[in-house]
Design a binder for this molecule. Structure first.
Ligand SMILES: Nc1ncnc2c1ncn2[C@@H]1O[C@H](C[S@+](CC[C@H]([NH3+])C(=O)[O-])CC(=O)[O-])[C@@H](O)[C@H]1O
Ligand SMILES: O=C(O)C(=O)Cc1ccccc1
Length: 247
């Protein structure tokens, strides 16, 4: 497959029937543009992964990136840390994503130890890990699958390990939530999306991307055994959390 990247125009023309959003070839072809224009703070979150690994990952530790898409988190880490600092395994369910992520990481960071595997994180047998990334992936799992995945990640983490969880969130208060969603749509408009694109994408994501509250995330992490979790980043209705497994 070619490594070319295109501008996201998937929802730009009126569709008779808006299909459920899926990570197919068309999305893969414009994914870097889509995620940067659609996720407030995406670049800032990736830019912090190196510093977080420097602080919390032992030298040569194993990083798992679940729902790695095109491997952007792996690329960010490889750009910030030397090859002997870490080993990276990305896992994604979409064959189109995995094919392209493998090619990109092979070409862009040949000196680093980077692997990409096609698998379902609801079933994957995780190896021991020092740092697990769930960057905008848990939100795509059915709500009933989320507790068991987080519990298994806790088990896979070594003592002293960390989970970095980034998600679209919903506010507890209905009025606050409506305000955040309106400002999020302003953010998308400012990034060149039309009202039609915003509304058709919203339809496509219904029942596909189901956000939790920050309180629900922290409660789930505590239930799974994490001794501490805190929100270290929020931009509108998008947030990033770090959860610590006791050393
Ligand atoms: N059960 C599953 N198992 C494995 N992968 C899955 C599953 N369900 C969905 N995915 C994968 O999770 C990814 C979510 S995108 C992550 C961005 C990336 N982390 C980034 O830092 O650029 C987020 C977004 O597009 O908003 C897609 O590649 C899916 O194929
Ligand atoms: O675009 C949206 O409306 C989102 O909520 C974020 C997003 C980004 C990329 C794929 C799916 C959802």
């Amino acid at each position: 497959m070619s490594n070319a990247s295109y501008r996201d125009g998937i929802f730009s023309t009126p569709l008779d029937r808006v299909a459920r959003f899926s990570f197919d070839e068309r999305v893969v072809a414009c994914f870097p543009d889509m995620i940067r224009r659609s996720v407030p703070g995406y670049g800032q979150i990736l830019a912090m992964l190196g510093p977080l690994a420097r602080r919390h990952l032992r030298h040569g530790g194993h990083v798992h990136d679940l729902g790695c898409s095109l491997g952007a988190a792996g690329l960010a880490l490889a750009g910030q840390l030397p090859p002997d600092a870490f080993r990276y395994t990305g896992i994604d369910l979409s064959p189109a994503m995995v094919e392209r992520a493998s090619q990109t990481l092979r070409e862009e960071c040949p000196a680093h130890d980077m692997t990409v595997i096609e698998d379902d994180i609801r079933r994957h047998a995780f190896e021991a890990s020092g740092m697990i990334l769930l960057n905008f992936t848990l939100q795509f799992l059915a709500p009933e699958d989320r507790n068991s995945v987080i519990a298994r990640l806790y088990e896979a983490l070594e003592p002293g390990g960390v989970l970095i969880l980034s998600e679209k969130i919903v506010a507890d208060d209905e009025q606050d939530n409506a305000w955040l969603v309106e400002r999020y749509h302003d953010f998308k408009r400012a990034n060149g999306y039309s009202d039609l694109e915003i509304s058709q994408k919203r339809t496509a994501l219904e029942n596909v991307l189901v956000p939790d509250t920050l309180a629900a995330h922290h409660a789930r992490l505590a239930d799974a055994g994490f001794s501490r979790s805190l929100t270290w980043f929020q931009y509108l209705n998008f947030a990033a959390v770090i959860a610590f497994k006791e050393a």
